[in-house]
Design a protein. Structure first.
Length: 310
């Protein structure tokens, strides 16, 4: 056990993400899928405030609907704190306050951001100083998207998404995100994808055993070219998400006919992400979408991963 620092609390901010490219491989014997994805961290954030306590506790609030967020050990942030304590021999506890601004069950990795933020916050609060490599290993044990929330920026994820390679991205990419009150279950979307592929196995190419990110995507990110990136957006989960939520197809059509360079379902959905040509174009698109009664938010990327603030 190491001695904790003297500060009474630590606040950490971690970003949500968009998968600008997501190829899902064939189903593995264990039921999981290999994947290849290009992650971009965007400026919708989760904040986690960690305070010294004798036991482990959690409170959740925020600007999004948090009614379905668990506050027991099903919560990734609380599991992250317990995991770090177990791995380091820290004998105390922590009180976590999670302030959510990333849509819940929206395909943007909000829960993963909470876990990454909790790891960083508790490590700083307790003075456990485990180092970035060990934090990454703990993050990977919590979920496939947690290591990326820890690092942020732009990265290529392979395996189950937790094997990360940094990707250079110049400039700024502007997004308009249409969020939904009703979330989608990631396992349910993957199940729908498997059924879709089985039904259409004679009409579509079989999934690759080892998926890969298109090199043109990397070139577009490196060039900071939103117009080129827009032509390359891909999400293999999109058809499954649209099958479960047909209304999302109408949202995609509206955004793309109202000035977006392109639209894509973010991860397992139901958040729909529209790539805009510029900050000004993003504001114009947001205005149109809000005028149609949609909940549309502005965001940009890439942004840093989990870090201490305040």
């Amino acid at each position: 056990m190491t001695m904790a620092y003297e500060q009474p609390q630590v606040r950490v901010r971690a970003p949500g993400k968009i998968n600008v490219f997501l190829e899902i491989g064939e189903t593995q014997p264990d039921g999981y899928h290999q994947l290849a994805t290009a992650f971009q961290a965007v400026s919708l954030y989760e904040d986690v405030v960690a305070t010294h306590a004798d036991d482990f506790g959690l409170a959740v609030s925020g600007s999004v609907d948090v009614s379905g967020v668990p506050v027991d050990d099903r919560n990734l942030a609380l599991r992250a704190a317990r995991l770090l304590a177990a791995e380091t021999g820290y004998a105390g506890g922590v009180r976590l306050e999670v302030l959510k601004h990333v849509p819940v069950a929206g395909g943007m990795g909000g829960g993963s951001a909470d876990a990454a933020a909790a790891l960083v916050a508790c490590d700083a609060l307790w003075g456990t100083a485990v180092g970035s490599a060990r934090l990454h290993g703990l993050a990977a044990r919590l979920g496939a998207d947690v290591p990326f929330a820890l690092k942020g920026g732009t990265a290529i994820g392979t395996g189950r998404g937790d094997e990360l390679s940094p990707a250079l991205a110049r400039g700024r990419f502007d997004w308009v995100l249409v969020v939904s009150e009703e979330g989608l279950s990631t396992p349910e979307v993957y199940g729908a994808l498997d059924r879709h592929r089985d039904r259409h196995r004679l009409d579509i190419a079989p999934a690759r055993a080892v998926p890969a990110v298109d090199s043109a995507v990397l070139h577009a990110l490196r060039a900071g070219d939103p117009a080129t990136l827009a032509e390359l957006l891909r999400n293999d989960l999109q058809a499954a998400a649209l099958g479960l939520r047909p209304d999302l197809a109408e949202t995609l059509e509206l955004g793309e006919s109202s000035g977006a360079l392109a639209g894509i379902v973010s991860g397992s959905g139901p958040t729909v992400a529209f790539l805009a040509e510029s900050p000004e174009a993003a504001v114009d698109l947001q205005t149109v979408l809000v005028g149609q009664g949609l909940d549309a938010l502005l965001a940009h990327g890439p942004v840093p991963g989990a870090r201490v603030v305040g």
